[in-house]
Design a protein around this ligand. Structure first.
Ligand code: TYD
Length: 139
């Protein structure tokens, strides 16, 4: 049994360096977020209203930020589903490993920025929901 639940997800609010010419938000590993950043990736050019990312991760921790625009992150631990609507570049969803997640309702032009605790590894993915449940609730 892999114990993380949707209640372990946290919305983090990062500080903003305000300037008349624009804002800056900085995220440092093991400071504003509790892991070392091994990878950064971002989703962009997602057609408005599109969905992505129905999968789980065995070990990956992630921070998900709407760097531009907005979208919803639906997290599911096999028992409970929660939806987080992200729309501010200084707010991030911190996700523990072991959850199923989907991304939904992308506004056109949005950018989904992900800071990840591990390099890309297909072995860490649970691509099929039944496979996820079997993994999640095995003894
Ligand atoms: P994936 O995480 O499966 O995205 P989604 O579930 O939203 O469709 O990524 C799609 C493909 O992109 C994946 O098959 C391989 C590639 N990819 C990388 O090469 N490196 C990465 O860090 C990520 C996230 C994806």
């Amino acid at each position: 049994m892999h114990k993380s639940s949707v209640f372990d997800c946290t919305l983090l609010q990062f500080s903003i360096n305000h300037r008349a010419v624009g804002n800056i938000t900085a995220i440092n590993e093991n400071c504003e977020i509790p892991f070392a950043i091994k990878r950064v990736y971002y989703l962009y050019d997602v057609p408005g209203g599109e969905s992505r990312g129905g999968h789980g991760h065995k070990a990956l921790q992630q921070l998900i930020v709407a760097a531009s625009g907005s979208f919803d992150v639906i997290v599911n631990d096999g028992k409970v589903k929660r939806t987080f609507s992200l729309s501010r570049p200084n707010v991030g969803l911190l996700m523990p490993p072991g959850l199923w997640r989907e991304l939904d309702n992308f506004s056109s032009g949005s950018i989904c920025l992900v800071l990840a605790s591990l390099p890309y590894d297909e072995e860490d993915y649970l691509r099929d929901y039944q496979t996820y449940l079997d993994w999640k609730f095995k003894a």
